[in-house]
Each structure stands twice: as C-alpha cells, then as structure tokens.
Write a protein that binds this ligand. Structure first.
Ligand SMILES: [Zn+2]
Length: 54
C-alpha cells in the first residue's frame, strides 16, 4: 500500500518527499494520511498555529 502524505509547499510532501502533480492534487483534496512523519509534522504545525506568538 502506498503511503499517503500531507501536502507541503512547492509540490513537496510535508515530510519532504517529491510528489507528482497528480499525487499533490489528491493530497490537497484531503485524504486519509498514513505517513507517520507527515502526521507528526502536521501535529507540530497545528500546535505552532495555535500559539503564533510563541
Ligand atoms: Zn509523508
């Protein structure tokens, strides 16, 4: 089974892998993410967003 990632910037996944345009588009649509690194990074990002002044 292929890993599903969160989208990062410039067609790179959140965990730093290159993604094809098709892969990136489906990531943007929001699907079930099963990449552990992406899940952890996303969690950290959300924590940062909740405390933008820290
Ligand atoms: Zn990932």
């Amino acid at each position: 089974m292929k890993k599903k990632h969160y989208p990062g910037s410039n067609r790179i996944t959140l965990c730093g892998h290159e993604a094809t345009r098709q892969e990136y588009d489906s990531m943007l649509k929001g699907m079930q993410v099963n990449c552990n690194r992406c899940l952890i990074l996303k969690k950290n990002t959300e924590t940062k967003v909740l405390h933008p002044l820290v």
